[in-house]
Every structure is written in C-alpha cells, then in structure tokens.
Design a protein around this ligand. Structure first.
Ligand SMILES: [Zn+2]
Length: 110
C-alpha cells in the first residue's frame, strides 16, 4: 500500500503473527502501548490495533505526503511508532498501523 511508504516493509515483523495474550511495549523506553486484546488482522502486513492503552501514545498530523495522516509516537520517549487511520473496525473505527521494530511483546503469563 503506497501510503505506508517510509515505514518498514510489510510482513517483515514477527509481531504480525503474535497471537498470545499480552502487552506490546515501546522498544525505546519499554512503556506499555497496546493490549493484545485490541490487536487485529488488518491484512496490511503491519501489526494493527484499534485502540491504544490510556495515555500511552501521542499523535500529530502528518502532511508530509500528499494525503494527510496521523503520526503516532510514544507519549514518554517520543519514539516514532507508526500511523493512525480512520478506516479501522468497531468500536473505535481507528486503525493504528505500527512498525513492528518499534515495539516489543511481553506475554501475559510470562
Ligand atoms: Zn517510548
């Protein structure tokens, strides 16, 4: 998908196939960002979520490409995580399209 240019290539992150219960953390500062309960298969090749954890992320309008989109970063260290789009599933209709390399996964039962 052209609008993902500038991010990692699709289907390269092992987090795409991470289906255990747990939490996705910022690779930069280890802050918890997303619960596995909000992860879903967007069929884009990137780990996708429909809702972040409370206060975990910051957003900024990104108009560097022809279309505007929302840049998503960690609220604590400011590390770039990915982008948010408004074509996600219910209940939020949001799609947080994340770079796999920007996150680490921690299983709930570990
Ligand atoms: Zn961080």
């Amino acid at each position: 998908m052209l609008r993902h240019e500038g991010t990692e290539r699709p289907y390269t992150s092992p987090l795409n196939n991470e289906h255990r219960h747990g939490t996705f953390h910022c690779a930069g500062c280890d802050q918890a960002l997303f619960s596995s309960q909000t992860k879903y298969d967007s069929r884009t090749g990137w780990p996708s979520f429909w809702q972040p954890l409370e206060g975990a992320i910051g957003t900024r309008r990104d108009t560097s490409f022809a279309m505007s989109r929302t840049e998503v970063h960690c609220s604590r260290c400011g590390g770039h995580l990915g982008h948010a789009f408004d074509d996600g599933p219910l209940p939020t209709r949001l799609r947080y399209c994340m770079n796999g390399v920007a996150m680490t996964f921690r299983p709930a039962s570990a």
